[in-house]
Design a protein around this ligand. Structure first.
Ligand code: SF4
Length: 393
């Protein structure tokens, strides 16, 4: 049996209670139907029992809203959302991976607000409203950032994030040269380090961003998701938010995309999101090369062709992203989900590469990747010819 060391200063107790904080601000206007995030299904995915919070984050209006949503949760003060000893860099947390993701939240204040150029998925990477995730995709790079199980950290200074973005959008002016990101709008990825659909189960950060972008006619928000959150249908994005449903063959997804919405549900939701005012794209990602992968992708693409209505197909575009893996993540995964590593860890087919963010990662060898991308393009052309591939990486 593995030993779970106590935190360095003994078992942590709440350092301040909900009663000590001012009342939360008035809630958003009530939606017409009960919110999905209050449903039993949502509460099964996120049953928050412990909230680690920087004091300034807990005292902020957004922080107070989050704390009021989970009145039974134990509140624990932390100096920095980057350093929560029992969550981050703690080998013991590999054993409690799923529980930590389901039961723990972190609240922090995002100190450095930077918008970075990208040019692949989006023109710009916005300072995200969160990092970490309650879902458990085995290949996800997000846990690598903080080490081991990395539950959602919500940034409570969303007003500052939006003000920063407003200034950035204004400074760009109109987009005069179409590119593969978008023909007419500057595209900002708002979900680089998490899943905005899941964040929306906890607070209104995603809603605030969607509402902000609908007032910026030269810009568009974009985020990838593996979770269908019907509450997002109420946000009236007026075409200024692109939601990118990530898809992969069902067998791969069952093995690798733990705690996510099933792939066929993501595909089935596309028309609802389009009708609600989103632009709906697809991420074909990650593509995992394994015996029989081409047949599995052909089946998925044929399914999309069968069930997606013409109005979704007319505007849909796709990104293709081959698997990126990482030696440290491999070691961690072996401790909580070794079966996933049977397909992800293929050292004979992978080589070390320095990624755009500076990390040393494993990607498929250039010859394997080239052949796989050609195969996938051919499959898309044959099975889903309406799906234009924006870029493949
Ligand atoms: S949904 Fe995205 S951020 Fe969340 S675990 Fe999966 S890959 Fe990571």
């Amino acid at each position: 049996m593995r030993h779970h060391p106590s935190p360095p200063h003994g078992p942590q107790e709440p350092l301040f209670g909900l009663d000590a904080l001012p009342a939360p601000p008035a809630a958003e206007p009530a939606p017409s139907a009960p919110a999905f995030r209050d449903s039993a299904q949502a509460r099964r995915l996120l049953a928050i029992r412990e909230i680690h919070a920087e004091p300034a984050a807990a005292a902020s209006p957004r922080g107070r809203q989050v704390l009021a949503r989970f009145p039974g949760a134990r509140l624990i003060e932390t100096d920095s959302h980057w350093r929560v000893p029992e969550l981050h860099g703690n080998e013991g947390s590999a054993d409690r991976w799923m529980r930590i993701k389901r039961e723990t939240l972190v609240l922090g204040v995002k100190k450095t607000l930077t918008t970075r150029p990208n040019g692949r998925s989006a023109d710009w990477i916005a300072p995200g409203p969160s990092n970490g995730c309650a879902l458990s995709c085995v290949y996800c790079y997000v846990p690598r950032r903080k080490g081991f199980a990395n539950p959602i950290t919500l940034f409570t200074n969303i007003d500052r994030i939006i003000a920063h973005l407003g200034r950035h959008v204004a400074a760009q002016g109109p987009k005069t040269e179409p590119n593969q990101c978008d023909p007419g709008a500057w595209v900002y990825d708002i979900g680089e380090n998490g899943d905005c659909s899941v964040d929306a189960l906890v607070c209104d950060n995603t809603a605030d961003l969607v509402r902000a972008f609908r007032d910026w006619p030269t810009a568009k928000a974009s985020f990838a998701t593996k979770f269908v959150n019907p509450d997002l249908l109420e946000l009236d994005p007026r075409g200024r938010t692109r939601i990118r449903f990530s898809v992969m063959p069902a067998d791969d997804s069952r093995l690798l995309d733990l705690r996510t919405s099933p792939v066929d549900r993501r595909i089935a939701a596309a028309a609802d999101f389009l009708d609600a005012g989103y632009e709906v794209h697809f991420n074909l990602s990650p593509v995992v090369v394994r015996p029989g992968w081409q047949d599995a992708w052909a089946e998925l693409l044929r399914h999309m062709d069968d069930v997606l209505p013409p109005r979704v197909k007319r505007q849909a575009r796709a990104e293709v992203i081959m698997l990126t893996h990482n030696a440290d993540l491999h070691e961690v995964n072996l401790r909580w989900h070794p079966r996933g590593e049977d397909v992800l860890w293929q050292p004979a087919a992978q080589e070390t590469k320095r990624s755009q963010n500076g990390a040393l990662n494993l990607r498929y060898r250039a010859d394997i990747k080239r052949r796989a991308l050609a195969d996938l393009r051919e499959l898309v052309a044959r099975c889903a010819p309406w799906l234009d591939i924006r870029y493949a990486f």
